[in-house]
Ligand binder design. Structure first.
Ligand code: ADP
Ligand code: MG
Length: 894
């Protein structure tokens, strides 16, 4: 909503603003002056401020249809029954010419408002939050003929400016999603006489509503769900639905104004999956931790409801319908009205189950979704009654608070798929490596063989060569000797006498020759021997390299075996991881639900809160299917889970902290967690993390652990208060603040820690958190104050403490007084008790009188609906002389 001016107060005094109207706004929790009488005079400006700052409230716009031709004639002499002040966001419903009642809405749309503007103010915020992962609902309520279908359903094909909310919403959705990773699918239904018909498949005319008991999600498994990929096919789908609606209504002899048309758009978006693809592409060993990153899928649902004409509530009986039919026609609409009333009054029970419509809207209205309601009215004074009832419906809806919840979950299925792929890759990689090893071994073996045989061959060759060389030389020498011998013989046979003398001479020469030859022979032989030795050494070397190759081969074999072993281990680990993931997902769901239920709450009187009672019952009657947390403990080991709190991967840290928080929710596990150092790790997280989710979950876990007295002391001893105070000062998420406030509130209930807690700024931190206007945070703050006041009062009675309350010293009184009559009973009750405790000690009396607390006590002693508190207040007032004196002075009787 846009800004507002503070000018509302004077127009209140001057104008006709009906006091009922004003009180229909909840008082702002901190802007209000202290006295209850003043509270009624809350300025409209302040009231508006509050609306602007509570994001979860149902936003209501009113739209006036221009006069139609018939009205222009018939009502020509009369003024419209309403007068709009769009700049003040007000509408005056005329009673008569001089009097009327003024109402405020989030948006007042005149008869000139364009379809575009209507879309921007009514629908765009809802569509944007659907794109962010929250469920959202847009509804149109009003008398038939006032423009519900015009506002929501116009296709605007002939004139783009006339396009209604459905078409524009889809355009915005398509502009934001990416069709590669996201999907958009649509169902279109009609609800008539408590029967749901499929407008996309008319044969399908009795569709059942299914509610997931765990998540509370509502679905229609029987309805046609069409995935659409472009605007044109969506428009065609709407046209088809409209045609079927017309046909169905003709067949049933009814008109569309008696049925509700419901468009459901499911948007599924992948948040992280896009870039978390596989890391092992380049063949190295993949990182297991990295592949644990589950892609986050945000699923959200946009529901657009063109409600049946509201006039049926009053008139159907008188228009000749059979009674039963009339009842059925009205059932869903009147049930919606009842639910809105219960939600607006914060009733414990909201009758969602009473009709199909309210069952269908259960997860999208007044619960976990953002909701916009446009109420349509006509100008004709003849329909003043209808218009007035429509306006009142809108006013009540403005008080409905929604608890917005992000519909985000980890996509464990796709993580598991990815792990499968990872495993397959590992197997393939391993196979590849094995093959490469075998090939390498074979290659080495053949190479070695080759070398050996080559060496042998060389050896034989050279031997042979040497041998033939020596043989040849030998033969030659022999031949030479023979020749010489023959020559000598011939010479001897010649008759020449001197020959006898010559023989010795020749033979001496020959002897020298022979000697030389022999020497040469010997040398050659030695060389050959050397060569042979060399070859022998070479062969030995080759033999050695062969054995080393063999040992290399056996080493490779061993490596292969190791590798196979490693692979088996990896597969086992993956299987364990997958089963752990399954647990984790269940645990994470469980944790978030428990955190939502405020499981850690412990009421002042020591009594378990209603939710935890219900939970205990559920557990007691459980069918044993819930995966045992103990098992997870044993399988993974607490130490390992705690060590994951420091993991580098943020997703792993989130998983781990969720698991720890879940374990911490069970009293039986708390001791073990603390023993294993879990409390210290959680406190450290508060110091080190910026991540809102981790902060929220860690604070929730600490809040749970802080239920136990021993743990409370440990938290204090480890500087928990300053860490919680730091988180309280920095966090923005209301749920984180609620957890932090819950933890401090638990510590406030420990008698031994009072002084220390205050000394370390616990009370101031608690009070600082009321800057977040969320009622859940305020309820925890109130609980902490009540706890603290109780312990302090006990200490004062036992003489352990004297002087003013530390609560008063730390400035809690103004907030206490402002909220003593808070509409939310969870806040009011605690404060009433706190006031009673504070009032029991004379030392606080002066401040209480000055700060207006006395009048709250007087009111409590008179009006409190809880008898025990009322009596306590009454007794306390009577026992403190200073109060008595003041009341006498102000002439107030008890
Ligand atoms: P409902 O769905 O509430 O019964 P319709 O949307 O069918 O009402 O509107 C009734 C008639 O009024 C239609 O003819 C429609 O075109 C016309 N109409 C409704 N709202 C406007 C508007 N803001 N401007 C112009 N014509 C409108
Ligand atoms: Mg209509």
């Amino acid at each position: 909503m846009s800004t507002f001016s503070q000018g509302g107060a004077s127009s209140n005094r001057n104008g006709n603003t009906n006091s009922n109207t004003r009180t229909s706004f909840k008082p702002p929790s901190s802007n209000v002056k202290s006295k209850p009488t003043q509270r009624r005079n809350t300025t409209t400006g302040a009231a508006k401020d509050r609306h602007a700052s509570v994001p979860g409230r149902v936003r209501v716009a009113v739209r006036l249809r221009p006069r139609n031709a018939e009205e222009s004639v018939a009502d020509a002499d009369f003024a419209d029954c309403v007068e709009l002040q769009p700049e003040l966001k007000r509408l005056k419903l005329r009673k008569n010419n001089w009097d009327g009642e003024t109402y405020e809405f989030d948006e007042v749309l005149t008869e000139f408002a364009s379809q575009k503007r209507v879309y921007e103010v009514v629908a765009r915020p809802v569509v944007e939050s659907v794109l962010d992962g929250y469920n959202g609902t847009i509804m149109a309520y009003g008398q038939t003929g006032t423009g519900k279908t015009y506002t929501l359903g116009r296709l605007g094909e002939e004139d783009t400016a006339a396009r209604g909310i459905m078409v524009r919403a889809m355009e915005d959705i398509f502009a934001d999603v990416s069709l590669e990773t996201d999907s958009v699918s649509v169902s279109y239904l009609q609800l008539y006489m408590e029967t749901i018909q499929d407008l996309l498949d008319p044969a399908n005319d009795n569709i059942a509503i299914v509610e997931d008991p765990k998540t509370g999600d509502v679905s229609l498994p029987g309805a046609t769900l069409v995935e659409i990929r472009d605007q044109q096919s969506f428009v065609e789908l709407l046209r088809l639905g409209e045609a079927h609606r017309f046909a169905a209504n003709t067949k049933l002899n009814t008109e569309s104004s008696r049925s509700h048309a419901i468009l459901m758009v499911h948007v599924k978006r992948s948040i992280k999956g896009r870039d978390a693809s596989h890391s092992s592409e380049n063949g190295n060993h993949p990182h297991m931790v990295k592949s644990l990153k589950a892609p986050i899928v945000r699923k959200a649902k946009l529901v657009v409801v063109d409600l049946a004409g509201s006039e049926r509530i009053d008139k159907s009986g008188s228009e000749g319908h059979m009674l039963e039919e009339a009842k059925s026609i009205n059932l869903s609409l009147s049930a919606l009205g009842k639910c809105i009333n219960s939600l607006a009054e914060n009733s414990a029970h909201v009758p969602f189950r009473d009709s199909k419509l309210t069952r269908l809207l259960r997860d999208s209205f007044g619960g976990t979704a953002r909701t916009s309601l446009v109420i349509t009215i006509g100008p004709s004074p003849r329909h003043r009654g209808e218009t007035a009832s429509t306006i009142m419906f809108g006013q009540r809806a403005m008080k409905v608070e929604n608890m917005i919840k992000l519909k985000e979950e980890f996509d464990y299925k796709s993580l598991s798929r990815r792990l499968d792929i990872e495993l397959d890759k590992l197997i393939m990689e391993h196979e590849r490596q094995q093959k490469a090893f075998e090939d390498e071994i074979e290659r080495l073996a053949t190479e070695a063989q080759h070398q050996i045989s080559e060496a042998e061959r060389n050896y034989v060759d050279s031997l042979e060569k040497e041998r033939s060389k020596y043989q040849k030389e030998y033969m030659e020498s022999v031949k030479k000797l023979e020749e010489k011998f023959l020559m000598n013989q011939r010479k001897n046979e010649e008759p020449n006498m001197k020959s006898s003398m010559e023989i010795p001479k020749v033979s001496a020469e020959e002897m020298a020759d022979l000697k030389k030859m022999l020497q040469k022979e010997t040398l050659l032989r030695k060389a050959a021997e050397g060569e042979t030795n060399n070859l022998k050494i070479h062969v030995a070397e080759l033999k050695q390299s062969e054995t080393s190759a063999k040992s290399e081969i056996s080493k490779l074999h061993k490596m292969l075996e190791d590798e196979a072993h490693q692979k088996e281990k990896l597969e086992g680990e993956i299987a364990i991881l997958q089963s752990q993931l399954l647990h984790l997902s269940l645990e994470a769901d469980e944790t978030s639900r428990q955190l939502d239920e405020g499981r850690f709450e412990k009421e002042v009187g020591g009594r378990d809160s209603l939710t935890s009672q219900v939970k205990h019952q559920l557990q007691a009657s459980g069918n044993g299917e819930k995966p045992s947390i103990g098992k997870l403990f044993e399988q993974v080991g607490l130490q390992k889970i705690l060590s994951l709190l420091e993991a580098e991967d943020a997703d792993v840290r989130i998983h781990a902290v969720k698991v720890v928080a879940n374990l911490a929710a069970e009293e039986t596990n708390q001791g073990r967690i603390v023993e294993a150092g879990g409390l210290t790790s959680l406190l450290t997280l508060l110091k080190t993390t910026q991540d809102e989710t981790i902060l929220r979950v860690a604070a929730g876990a600490i809040a749970n652990l802080a239920m136990n007295e021993t743990n409370q002391e440990l938290i204090m001893a480890q500087g928990g208060i300053s860490l919680l105070s730091m988180t309280a000062a920095n966090a923005e998420d209301p749920q984180t603040l609620r957890m932090v406030a819950g933890a401090i509130a638990n510590l406030c209930g420990n008698d031994k820690l009072q002084t220390e807690l205050r000394g370390e700024g616990g009370i101031k931190a608690l009070l600082g958190m009321v800057r977040c206007r969320h009622p859940d945070v305020h309820a925890q703050v109130a609980r902490g104050i009540a706890n603290y006041a109780k312990c302090e009062s006990r200490a004062s009675s036992q003489g352990l403490k004297s002087g003013r309350s530390f609560l008063i010293e730390d400035g809690a009184l103004p907030w206490i007084v402002q909220n003593a009559n808070n509409e939310a009973s969870s806040i009011r009750r605690h404060i009433e008790l706190a006031l009673c405790h504070l009032a029991q000690h004379e030392a606080n009396a002066r401040d209480m009188i000055k700060g207006g607390a006395l009048w709250e006590l007087v009111r409590i002693s008179r009006d409190c609906s809880r008898e025990d508190i009322k009596t306590l207040a009454h007794r306390t007032l009577a026992s403190i002389p200073a109060f008595q004196a003041e009341m006498r002075r102000m002439r107030v009787s008890r």
